[in-house]
Design a protein around this ligand. Structure first.
Ligand code: ZN
Length: 268
């Protein structure tokens, strides 16, 4: 008891905070007060971390532009026990992904991937594979030919890594093989339905077998090698419809940047 009370009086609170260091990607920024910002990072070692960057909006901020959205770097932060808002100590930029930011469409897709992670991952649920997936996607997004296929691949791999993996091999209700030429996909039940189970979800949508095979190939393929996969316009449409309805069903949220993407894709 004595030791504890001495500790309490002698040690100022900021010394009780430990400094943590990790690789991190900026997935959201939000102004706070007149000069600060709340930055949400996805980190390699701590999962999602929210932290205040003090004075970042002052003209001569020591952070400069290092904490812009989608930037990747080494983060030092003060960890405040039992608080969900940490304090940014330093951020050393490793990659600002200029190839993404030089192009409006790629930037919108980059923001969508970041927003998806922010929506699904809870704070301090640590998943290094998710971090590597995001970093790999940003590495690729700057010069990939088929941006939308990359987004679909990211969605599918992200769902797999976070425990939502859609069932694409057999019926999600009865586990029997799915033999019908046109498949039925149920977002609510989490995968394919066989003919006998079709009535278990009347909102299930039909997809061609090729779209299902494409999703299975994406699962096995590294993001860098997506160009080797063949995707028709129909496959693109079906993957988009299946994965976005699956995501919105399971996150119960409509993502802002997804709306922006809808607008992009309907432009002439
Ligand atoms: Zn079935």
């Amino acid at each position: 008891m004595i030791a504890k009370s001495i500790h309490h009086f002698v040690v100022p609170f900021y010394y009780q905070m430990s400094v943590q260091k990790t690789h991190a990607i900026v997935i959201r920024t939000f102004p706070l007060g007149e000069f600060d910002k709340i930055i949400t990072f996805y980190t390699a070692d701590f999962g999602k971390v929210r932290a205040v960057a003090r004075s970042i909006r002052r003209p001569k901020s020591r952070f400069g532009g290092s904490l812009e959205l989608l930037n990747y770097g080494t983060l030092l932060f003060f960890e405040r026990p039992n608080r969900d808002l940490q304090i940014v100590n330093n951020f050393d930029l490793i990659d600002a992904f200029d190839g993404i930011k030089a192009d409006f469409d790629r930037t919108v897709y980059g923001c969508y991937l970041a927003e998806l992670i922010d929506a699904i991952e809870s704070e301090r649920s640590i998943n290094r594979n998710v971090f590597e997936l995001l970093r790999g996607a940003f590495d690729t997004l700057g010069d990939v030919h088929d941006i939308t296929l990359l987004a679909r691949a990211f969605e599918l791999k992200f769902l797999d890594l976070t425990g939502y993996a859609p069932q694409l091999s057999h019926c999600v209700v009865c586990a029997s093989p799915v033999l019908n030429p046109t498949l039925l996909f149920s977002s609510r039940l989490g995968g394919l339905l066989c003919t006998g189970c079709a009535d278990k979800d009347t909102n299930a949508v039909p997809i061609v077998r090729g779209s299902c095979e494409l999703m299975k190939q994406i699962r096995k393929s590294d993001l860098r090698y997506l160009a080797r996969l063949r995707a028709s316009d129909l496959n693109h449409r079906e993957l988009k419809s299946v994965l976005s309805s699956f995501i919105s069903y399971h996150t119960e949220r409509t993502l802002k940047s997804l709306k922006l993407i809808e607008n992009l894709e309907t432009l002439p």
